[in-house]
Ligand binder design. Structure first.
Ligand code: 7UC
Ligand code: FE
Length: 324
């Protein structure tokens, strides 16, 4: 695989050299070697963000960071989010969403086994999360991976009958079926728990096909984890069409598996990818820290309700949009 060393000359050694290894043609995921995440200036952050929008996933190699530096690194790319459920928070840093099955000082920290189904983060809110940063902290001994599916490619390659079923439609998303029981739920019935969570996070609608605000790519935006129906389509028919779409997307040749390495930090574009956390093998420990990031751009730039997607905006610093 080719190594692009342009960054070395364009950023200069004085501000820290780094090298970008792009994915193979048609693939996702660039790797960045040699970055000092504590010394990223605005120009470099803009360049790294371009890599994220272009290659959908970027892996920063061997850059382990303690919480405050990690949050500062996330802040280079936008505004870190505070997850809406405090039981996921790092005890001292609410910006960090902890996925962990390891107690600290005898206390449960975060939530175990998050996101083990195909989804994109915050798909069930009006303002979904544009970017997700992830740092594995404790790697299971035998297996630790996150899988991705490229939703630009899925929309491009989806069979014509399924495209016709989805085009100019909205999908309905909700998270209540993924709710994790908390200590405060003791003595509540399942019905009460679902009603309570459903009141806090009612179903939302987004277009089934999004237009990316930076590069104008069209993206399929449904997931088995959170998408529960198609707007304006009967329940059975919507479920059936979605099941066919998911069957197409989940084929092994569409799945990119990223295997964790110690000290790496990942950053991906939730508009363009869906992801699924790998299972932690029984008896093994796993901890990862996630930071959700709002990049300050609209999640999508489709025209409201059913109209054809708008012409893409040319955003300052992002050059000309890529036709696709
Ligand atoms: O525990 C989980 O799987 C978390 C999920 C309900 N939400 C993650 C998110 O940001 O969408
Ligand atoms: Fe997730």
């Amino acid at each position: 695989m080719s190594i692009v060393s342009r960054e070395r000359t364009s950023t200069g050694l004085a501000t820290g050299a780094w090298i970008v290894q792009p994915p193979p043609p048609g693939g996702i995921g660039a790797r960045v070697h040699g970055l000092d995440p504590r010394r990223v200036d605005a120009t470099q952050a803009a360049r790294l963000l371009e890599l994220v929008y272009e290659h959908k996933l970027v892996v920063f190699e061997k850059v382990p960071l303690p919480p405050s530096d990690y949050i500062a690194f996330a802040r280079c790319f936008g505004e870190p989010q505070i997850y809406f459920q405090p039981n996921y928070h790092h005890p001292d840093h609410p910006e960090i969403f902890v996925s962990s099955n390891v107690p600290e000082n005898g206390r449960k920290v975060g939530v175990a086994g998050t996101g083990r189904y195909w989804h994109t983060d915050y798909q069930f809110f009006d303002d979904p999360l544009p970017l997700t940063m992830l740092q594995p902290i404790r790697l299971p001994r035998t297996r630790r991976e996150t899988s991705y599916i490229d939703m630009q490619r899925m929309w491009r390659e989806l069979p014509a009958d399924l495209r016709a079923a989805l085009v100019d439609r909205k999908a309905v998303h909700e998270a209540k079926w993924r709710y994790k029981i908390q200590a405060t739920d003791i003595d509540k019935s399942i019905t009460e728990i679902l009603e309570e969570f459903g009141r806090e996070t009612p179903p939302v609608r987004h277009p089934t096909v999004l237009r990316h605000p930076v590069n104008a790519r069209e993206l399929l935006y449904v997931s088995e984890g959170f998408t529960v129906g198609l707007d304006g389509v009967g329940y059975e028919q919507g479920k059936d069409q979605l099941a066919q779409v998911f069957r197409f997307c989940h084929q092994p040749e569409h799945v990119h598996v990223h295997t964790w390495c110690e000290g790496d930090i990942l950053l991906w574009d939730n508009r363009q990818l869906m992801h699924r956390a790998g299972d932690t093998p029984k008896g093994e420990q796993s901890t990862s820290w996630r930071i959700g990031i709002y990049d300050g751009l609209p999640f999508y730039t489709n025209r409201p309700d059913g109209a054809r997607p708008a012409a893409p905006p040319v955003l300052p610093g992002h050059g000309n949009p890529t036709a696709c």
